[in-house]
Every structure is written in structure tokens, then in C-alpha cells.
Design a protein. Structure first.
Lengths: 114, 890
């Protein structure tokens, strides 16, 4: 449960980046996507579903994702999202930008290590 | 992406995200249950984790829908609610506007076609006509002036008889030089154009036909191509069909044929009408000057005549019926008055709506709707209302246009080359009008709503708040304006009605009761000699007399025609003395051979002398008392007098007749033409008519070799019949048609022929009268609305007055009085306006002065009585107010 973890506010664009990264491994439906992000972050990042679906819509609109209706492993009608070429490029741009930012922040936080 | 697609997308996203969230929830519950959580608890937890689903959906939709769009959708929803809440009032406003707008569009279409007469030819400003007839040599010489003209062409109109399976059709046929259509810049829409070679063949003639004729006769323009149409002479071969809106030289032309100006068609013709296209860049004044300058040289070169001065005129200026067209300005004014009445009435309705919605506005505003939203909704409501009524008006105009076309008097219809149609210009006119309506009727409530203090109505429910009072003042002014406009229109309408009835009531001077004219138009080829035509006329009379219901019949001209056209430009010789008509005028003498019984048949009284009798020779004549007293001291003195005509130089001009005529008898003059009506043709000569006994027909004329009958020459045999009732007409017509089914036979009543002269006035009377009645009803409905509203708004005041001792009669009188004040003010303004306006239509009136007291008084009385009736119900309601109940409600 969320109370057992520290909740982390995500910075703008982080959720999109994680979705893109997660979908790079293969198409997923909304719930599976949320679960995958949670597992991969060792339960540190907890995606609030309320923000997941609008984010997916934003990315659909931007053309980073494509979606089609299919069935889940439990035979439920779900919408399955996959990465588009534009989405892949977007991910690379975002990740490199994020890594630069992270390096910068790290340097500021631990100046003696540099 | 269209607005509609976007609205649809918004719904789809909502649905899809909702489905996704449901699936998400299901998956989570399944997971939790698999982890050993009890099902009820699993559901609860899944829901908590999911958070606010509605918000997620809303946010998802927000990704796609723009803010403006959402706002618009909401505004539209409110607009729809607002309009629905108004129910009858919105419908009433829409109907009023639709009526007024369609009336305006129709009048505009008529004015546009008839008054402005825009020609459908490209660059019509480059077209000029010659003011005299041209012969082949004239055309050739002017074509040799390429610095002036790009082309010089000619044409003349004739007729032809198309023979059909059952009966003949008598149609206009226009003969044009081969280059004329090219010069106009018009090509056939189907088939090919006419070429010079088409004029060479006379046994079968290539023609272009109108799209209307092609459809009527062959079903479609395509089907008519290469068809052969039999005529009374050589058959016509359809080689092309003109565009549907094409007309030349006027409406009603159906067939065009190539004309060689030097060819056989020109035999027996004085010349052609000339039309030319001016070279690019040449101004009309330069051209006119050059044409005058070169006239002598051109005239000399033609070798036909010398000392001719050619003149050119811009195309379209030479047309008759100009003064009839003035009537259309009146119609336009009347239509605009009607529109204004409708507008102010709608304004009235809209104001009521706004006043009634002050509280609604206030509540909406308290719930967070911005002032902007309220204004936007008010604007939208206005737009929807005006838009819907605009559409309805267009539909209404489309439906009524055929009726207007049919009501147009013949001379007006033929005076334009354009058919009445709802075209792009009419559309633009309507849009402009719709915007004007919106500004007049829908904008003031919007402004009003925008300035409303929205906090007030919620604090106290005070009926006397200032916006309400302002509203009442505006509504009073608006009511006065409505009444004024209606009174103005009704007075003008009344003047037209009086004019028309005076015209019809003019004594004809003969008995026209059930008098009908039966006529047959016949190709000369079928009845080539005078003898054969006389035999046909006799056969018709015989057939008529054998018909039940025919009281009498006679072979003779149908009044107002007297038969022969006058020989004009003459001087009269009375008892061997030459007489002039007076300065600047001449005489026109018409002597017509008639059946000696003709005038008695018409019941024209004899004043002096004796009637014509069979066997009288053609020198013996009867004249009217008008002619007799014009030349002799008395009608009796005219008996035995002689008259003749000579031309201006004193020589004999008449190719006919035996010389001088002797007056045998004098009859009371009867009305042979419209001499006094507002659109009477005023000939520059003084008409002198005389009748002589019909002589036996001359032997058949010898037809010279090579005489070309193209089927167009025709005669009309007309016979008068007095029936016992109008219902006999069809049976009589059928009987006569049987004599020769190939001919075009028709029957009409002489009274109708006379009424036809006043058809322009009738049209104006009907249209202005219709507008007047409509606007009067609108104004009175508006008055009722205002009074009902006043009474409803003042119930409390009335209750207090009653409690203080005012009796019911006084209250009723008080309401009546305030209504009548509005009506008196409106009627006074309307009457003053009518006095000013009617002066401009004085020339269109007859038998009534523009300030005819009777008309004004009657309109005033009717207005006041109707106003009293309209106020009666509100007044009664006011008088019935129960003071106890009103005050208790406080």
C-alpha cells in the first residue's frame, strides 16, 4: 500500500519518459503498464492511475503512441498501447536530456566527488 | 477537422477511457483476489488506488478538446435551452422575420431584374445599339471602322408557327446575323453555334432554341439536338440549345435563326436593329462623338441615303415601361417598412424575454457563469433566430417566386432580358438584411443584458427596478414606431386600392357584360387570301351562334382595339380646309372597315345621323362625338361634313381608301384605349377614328415569284361573342377550336382585356396591400403584447390604487387610455409620413389625391377601433385585479 512507501512527486515529463521506456520492451495495456512501472521501480514509483490515462491520451495525440483494442491475459477487453517511431525518437531525446540533467544535479549535490 | 468531428471525438474519448478504467479496475481486483484479499476488500482497495475516475476521464477529454470548443458546446446548449424556453415567442419572431425577409427578397429580385436590368452578357458596358434601322450596307460600312467597333451585328424579331401533334404554337423567332451571339459573348450550352452557312438553306432552317422550349417539346436539351420541328413553312432543325438563363432581345424569345442582311429574309423589310461591341478602352462619349463625325462619310458610302446621322446608345437603355418601373421603388419602400415593423416587433419580444430572464441571468451568474457567457449566449440566440428565419425566408421566397413571375404584367416581363431568379445577388441582399435585422432586433437585448446589474434581482424582488422601467420606455417607443409604420403602409395601400377601383370603374362607353373575344392566330400560308380569312371568320361566327349560351356574335375588332392602326403624322382636311393638330402635334387617322352592325352589337348609342348599313360605300363613315365636336360646332353639324388626311406638305399620304369620307352618323365615344390611367401611353399624335362599312374582300393578291414565306407571317381572326355567362367560355373555345385544330385559338373576356391595362397597378395594389395588412396585424399584436405586459407588471400598483378607492371602470379606462396614447402618437406620425410619402407616388394614382381625406380618416378610425379591441383584454384583466389578494401577496 502506498502508506508503506515514500511517495515521490514526479517532475514534469517523468511519467511520459517511464511510459515510453516501458513500452519499448513491448506493447502493454493500461493496467499492465502501471504494474510494470511499479515493479521496475521496486515499488518506489507508484503511478497514480488518475494521471496515467490522461498522459496516455496526451501521448496518443502527440503521435508517440498508437493504441488498439485487444484482450488481456484474463480475457478482458483492453486498449493496448505500443511505441511509434516518433515515440522511440522522443524517448532517446528525453533520456539523453534527462541524463544530462541528472549529471548536473548530482554534481551539485555531491561536489566533492567530482 | 470540423467542429462536428471534434465534438464527436470528445464523446468517443469519454467512452473509451471509461472502458479502460473499468478494465483497469477489474484487472486490479483480480490481482488482489489472487493475492488472497477478500473480494469485497479487493474492490474497495482497487477503487481507492484508482482515485477519482471522473477526473481522469475529464482530463483525458481535456487533452483532445480545446477550451474554446467546450465553451462553445456549453453556450450552444444554453442557447438551445433559452430558445426552447421561449416556445411560441421564438416561433412567432421567426415567422414574422421570415415573412418580412422573403417579401423583401422577392421585391429585390423584381427590382434587380426590372429596374437595374443587369444583362447576362459579359462586358455589357461595351455593347451599344443604333437608334435607327440598319440595312446590309450600313452594317458593312460600320464594320469597316475597326478602331471603333469590335463587331457590328443586326437582328429583327418575327414569329413562327410550330406545328405539333395536336395544335400549333405561335412563338417569337429572332433573326440574327451570324456573328451576333459571338459579339454578345454567349455560346449555346448544348450543340453548336450558328454559322454563316446556316443562312443559305431555306428548305430546312438551322435554329438555336431556348432551354425552356427544348424541355417543353423534347423533354431535355440533349434530346432536342438535331430534331426537326415542323412549322407552317420550312421545318426548323435544332442545332443548339442556349443556356437556361439566356434571353435576347428580351424574355420570351425561344428561337433564333441566322439572317443574311442581304438575303431573302430582308425582302419587304425596312432594316435591322443594330447592336455593336465597342473596341476595348474606348469610352462611350468618345464613341458617340466619332459616330456622329463619321456619319456623313458612312451614309455616303452606303449609297442608300445621304444626310443620315447615326446615333448609338448604351445597350439596354431603349426600353418601354420606364414609368411602370417607378412603381417598384414604392414596393421596395413598402417591403422595407414591413421589415422594420417585423424587426421592432421582434425587438419587443426579445426585450420581454430579457426582462423575464433577469433573474435567470442573476442565478446563472451567481453560479459562476461570467458576464461574457451571458452575452455570448444572448448573441448566439439572436444569431440562431435570425439564421433560422433567414433559411425559412429563402424557402418561402423560392416557393412564391413563380407566383410573382406569373403576376408580372406582360410589358414589364418583356422589358427585361433577365428572368426573375433567386441568384447570388439576392443571397447577398438577404445576408445584408439579416445582419441589419440582427442589429435592430437582437443586439439591443444583448447590450441590455451586458449592462444589467446582476446582483440586484437576487437581493430584492422589486418589480420597479430601473432596468424594467427603461425596458418599458423602449417598448413604448417601439410600439409607437410599429403603429406609425403600419398606418403609413395601410394609407399607401389604401391609395392604391382606390386607384385600382377607380380605374376599373371608368365607364367604357359600351356594354361589356359577358362580352368575349374569340381569336385564332393563323399562318398566312394556311389562309393566303383575304377571301379565305373572311370565310374562316364567317365560319367562326356561324359556329358560335349555334352554341348554347351564345347570345350574339359578330366579326369585328375586340375593344379597346379599333382594328386598324392609325396613319400618323398627318394633317386633317375638314370640309376642304386643312387643319393642324396644334403646336408640336400631328393627327393619326384610322379608318376601319367593320360589319355595319358592329357598334350596335357593342350597345354604343347613336347621337346623330344614322348607322352604317350593308351596301354603304367606303366613303360613308361614322365617327364618335369626340371627333365630331373636335372639327364641327355640334354633332348635328358634322352630319354631311367631309374629312380626309394629307401629309405635312399637303400631298396625299394614304395608300388606301377612296379619298374623302362623308360623315353619315355620330356615335357616343367609347373608351378605345387607356387615355388617363397612371401608365397610359401618351402618343405624340391626336387619334381620330372612323368606321366604314366592310366591303367584299378583294381578290387574292398575286404572290410574286420568289416571295419567301418563312412561316412567320400570320394573321389574327377575331370574333366577338356575347355569352349568357362566364362559365360558357371553355365550351365555346372547344367548339371553335374544332374548326381548324392546327391554329392557336384563345378566348378572353373584354373586361379582362381592359383590366389587363391596369395590371401594373393591380400588382402594386396587391403587394402593398398585402404588406400593409401584415404590418398592421403585427403592429396590433405588438400593441396587445405591450399592454398585457404593462398590466402584468403593474398588478401591484393597480391593487394599491384599488385599495385606495379607485373603481374598476377607472382602472380599465386608465389602461385603455395609456394604450390609446401610444396609438394616437403612432397614427399621427404615420399620417404625417403618409402625407410626405404619398406625394412621391402621386403620378401612380388615379381618381384619388395623395392626401385623400376619406382614406386617411378611414385608416385612422380602423386603427383606433382595432387598437381598442387589442387593449380590451389587458384592460379587463387590470379591472379584475383583486386588491386584497395583491396586497396579501406583498
Amino acid at each position: 500500500m502506498s502508506t508503506s512507501h515514500d511517495r515521490h512527486d514526479l517532475f514534469p515529463g517523468a511519467l511520459e519518459m517511464m511510459i515510453l521506456q516501458t513500452l519499448r520492451l513491448g506493447p502493454l495495456h493500461g493496467y499492465a503498464l502501471a504494474q510494470a512501472i511499479r515493479r521496475q521501480s521496486d515499488d518506489l514509483v507508484h503511478v497514480e492511475e488518475g494521471s496515467l490515462y490522461p498522459a496516455l491520451q496526451r501521448m496518443l495525440k502527440a503521435g508517440w503512441l498508437a493504441a488498439e483494442w485487444g484482450t488481456s491475459a484474463r480475457n478482458r477487453r483492453v486498449r493496448i498501447y505500443r511505441l511509434t517511431t516518433t515515440g522511440r525518437q522522443q524517448l532517446e531525446r528525453k533520456v539523453s536530456a534527462f541524463e544530462r540533467l541528472l549529471t548536473g544535479i548530482t554534481k551539485v549535490l555531491r561536489p566533492h566527488e567530482s | 477537422m470540423s467542429l462536428w468531428d471534434r465534438l464527436l471525438r470528445s464523446r468517443r474519448v469519454t467512452r473509451e477511457v471509461r472502458d479502460e478504467l473499468r478494465a483497469h479496475l477489474g484487472e486490479r481486483v483480480d490481482d488482489l483476489v489472487e493475492d488472497g484479499v477478500p473480494e469485497a476488500e479487493a474492490h474497495r482497495r482497487a477503487r481507492v488506488e484508482l482515485g477519482n475516475a471522473a477526473r481522469a476521464i475529464e482530463d483525458s477529454r481535456g487533452v483532445w478538446a480545446s477550451r474554446a470548443l467546450d465553451q462553445l458546446a456549453r453556450d450552444l446548449r444554453w442557447t438551445w435551452r433559452g430558445l426552447r424556453a421561449r416556445r411560441g415567442r421564438a416561433v412567432l419572431a421567426g415567422v414574422l422575420l421570415a415573412l418580412a425577409v422573403s417579401a423583401n427578397v422577392l421585391v429585390f429580385v423584381a427590382v434587380d431584374a426590372l429596374v437595374f436590368d443587369r444583362n447576362p452578357y459579359p462586358n455589357v458596358r461595351q455593347l451599344v445599339t443604333f437608334d435607327r434601322w440598319l440595312v446590309a450596307a450600313d452594317l458593312a460600312e460600320w464594320r469597316r471602322q475597326p478602331d471603333l467597333f469590335a463587331s457590328v451585328e443586326g437582328w429583327f424579331s418575327g414569329t413562327t408557327f410550330l406545328l405539333g401533334a395536336d395544335r400549333a404554337e405561335h412563338l417569337s423567332l429572332v433573326n440574327v446575323t451570324p456573328g451576333l451571339f459571338e459579339s454578345l459573348g454567349v455560346r449555346p450550352s448544348w450543340g453548336r453555334a450558328l454559322t454563316r452557312d446556316d443562312g443559305a438553306r431555306m428548305d430546312e432552317q438551322a435554329v438555336l432554341v431556348s432551354a425552356a422550349l427544348a424541355r417543353r417539346r423534347f423533354g431535355s436539351p440533349e434530346a432536342s439536338l438535331n430534331q426537326l420541328i415542323p412549322t407552317a413553312a420550312a421545318p426548323l432543325r435544332v442545332v443548339g440549345v442556349m443556356p437556361p438563363d439566356f434571353s435576347f432581345p428580351s424574355n420570351g424569345s425561344d428561337i433564333w435563326r441566322v439572317l443574311d442582311p442581304a438575303g431573302p429574309l430582308m425582302r419587304n423589310r425596312a432594316g435591322l436593329s443594330g447592336i455593336a461591341r465597342v473596341q476595348d478602352g474606348m469610352s462611350f462619349s468618345t464613341l458617340a462623338q466619332a459616330v456622329t463625325q463619321r456619319s456623313p462619310a458612312v451614309a455616303a458610302a452606303t449609297g442608300v441615303a445621304k444626310d443620315i446621322v447615326y446615333k448609338v446608345q448604351p445597350y439596354g437603355l431603349v426600353r418601354g415601361g420606364r414609368d411602370q418601373l417607378r412603381m417598384f421603388y414604392v414596393l421596395l419602400g413598402a417591403a422595407l417598412c414591413l421589415l422594420l415593423t417585423a424587426c421592432v416587433n421582434v425587438l419587443n419580444l426579445e426585450l420581454t424575454v430579457v426582462l423575464g430572464r433577469v433573474r435567470t441571468f442573476a442565478v446563472q451568474s451567481a453560479l459562476g457563469a461570467s458576464r461574457g457567457t451571458l452575452i455570448r449566449v444572448a448573441v448566439l440566440e439572436g444569431l440562431v433566430l435570425v439564421g433560422a428565419s433567414g433559411l425559412a425566408a429563402w424557402l418561402l421566397a423560392t416557393l412564391t417566386l413563380p407566383a410573382l413571375r406569373a403576376a408580372l404584367p406582360e410589358p414589364l416581363r418583356l422589358s427585361t432580358s433577365k428572368t426573375l431568379a433567386l441568384d447570388g445577388r439576392a443571397m447577398v441582399y438577404m445576408l445584408v438584411m439579416a445582419i441589419a435585422i440582427w442589429v435592430i432586433a437582437a443586439l439591443p437585448p444583448v447590450i441590455y443584458a451586458s449592462r444589467l446589474d446582476l446582483s440586484k434581482p437576487l437581493k430584492i424582488d422589486d418589480r420597479s427596478t430601473s432596468p424594467r422601467r427603461v425596458g418599458t420606455l423602449v417598448r413604448r417607443v417601439v410600439t409607437i414606431a410599429q403603429v406609425a409604420l403600419a398606418v403609413l403602409l395601410v394609407i399607401v395601400g389604401g391609395l392604391y386600392v382606390r386607384t385600382y377601383s377607380s380605374l376599373l370603374a371608368q365607364p367604357k362607353g359600351f356594354d361589356s357584360t359577358n362580352l368575349a373575344s374569340v381569336s385564332m392566330a393563323l399562318p398566312m400560308r394556311f389562309y393566303p387570301s383575304a377571301v379565305s380569312r373572311q370565310q374562316l371568320a364567317d365560319a367562326i361566327v356561324e359556329r358560335l351562334l349555334a352554341q348554347p349560351g351564345v347570345v350574339d356574335a359578330i366579326d369585328g375588332p375586340t375593344p379597346p382595339s379599333i382594328g386598324n392602326s392609325p396613319t400618323v403624322g398627318v394633317r386633317m382636311v375638314i370640309d376642304d380646309q386643312v387643319r393642324d393638330a396644334g403646336t408640336g402635334r400631328t393627327f393619326g387617322l384610322a379608318v376601319t372597315e367593320i360589319d355595319p352592325r358592329y357598334l350596335q352589337f357593342l350597345h354604343v348609342p347613336l347621337v346623330a345621323g344614322r348607322w352604317l348599313a350593308p351596301g354603304d360605300d367606303p366613303t360613308a363613315a361614322v365617327v364618335s362625338d369626340r371627333v365630331a365636336t373636335r372639327f364641327w360646332p355640334s354633332v348635328d353639324a358634322a352630319i354631311g361634313g367631309t374629312f380626309d388626311a394629307v401629309d405635312q406638305s399637303g400631298g396625299r399620304t394614304r395608300m388606301w381608301g377612296p379619298g374623302a369620307h362623308r360623315v353619315l352618323g355620330v356615335f357616343a365615344d367609347y373608351r378605345t384605349r387607356d387615355r388617363d390611367g397612371p401608365y397610359a401611353s401618351r402618343a405624340p399624335w391626336e387619334e381620330i377614328d372612323a368606321f366604314v362599312a366592310r366591303q367584299p374582300p378583294a381578290p387574292p393578291p398575286t404572290v410574286g415569284p420568289g416571295e419567301l414565306d418563312t412561316g412567320g407571317s400570320y394573321g389574327i381572326v377575331g370574333v366577338l361573342a356575347r355569352l349568357d355567362s362566364h362559365e360558357r367560355a371553355n365550351a365555346v373555345l372547344a367548339a371553335v377550336r374544332g374548326i381548324d385544330p392546327r391554329l392557336t385559338t384563345s378566348i378572353e373576356f373584354v373586361d379582362d382585356v381592359y383590366a389587363e391595362q391596369y395590371r401594373t397597378t393591380l400588382l402594386a395594389t396587391r403587394i402593398v396591400g398585402g404588406f400593409a395588412v401584415t404590418s398592421f396585424l403585427i403592429a396590433m399584436a405588438g400593441l396587445y403584447g405591450v399592454m398585457a405586459f404593462l398590466v402584468a407588471g403593474r398588478t401591484r400598483e393597480i391593487g394599491i390604487r384599488m385599495a385606495l378607492g379607485a373603481d374598476r371602470t377607472r382602472i380599465g379606462r386608465f389602461v385603455m387610455g395609456s394604450s390609446l396614447r401610444l396609438v394616437f402618437a403612432g397614427a399621427a406620425i404615420g399620417i404625417v409620413a403618409a402625407v410626405l410619402v404619398s406625394r412621391t407616388i402621386a403620378s401612380q394614382l388615379f381618381g384619388v389625391t395623395p392626401t385623400d381625406p376619406a382614406t386617411y380618416v378611414i385608416v385612422a378610425i380602423v386603427t383606433i377601433i382595432t387598437a381598442l379591441l387589442a387593449t380590451w383584454q389587458p384592460a379587463r384583466r387590470a379591472a379584475r385585479v383583486d386588491p386584497v389578494q395583491t396586497l396579501r401577496a406583498e
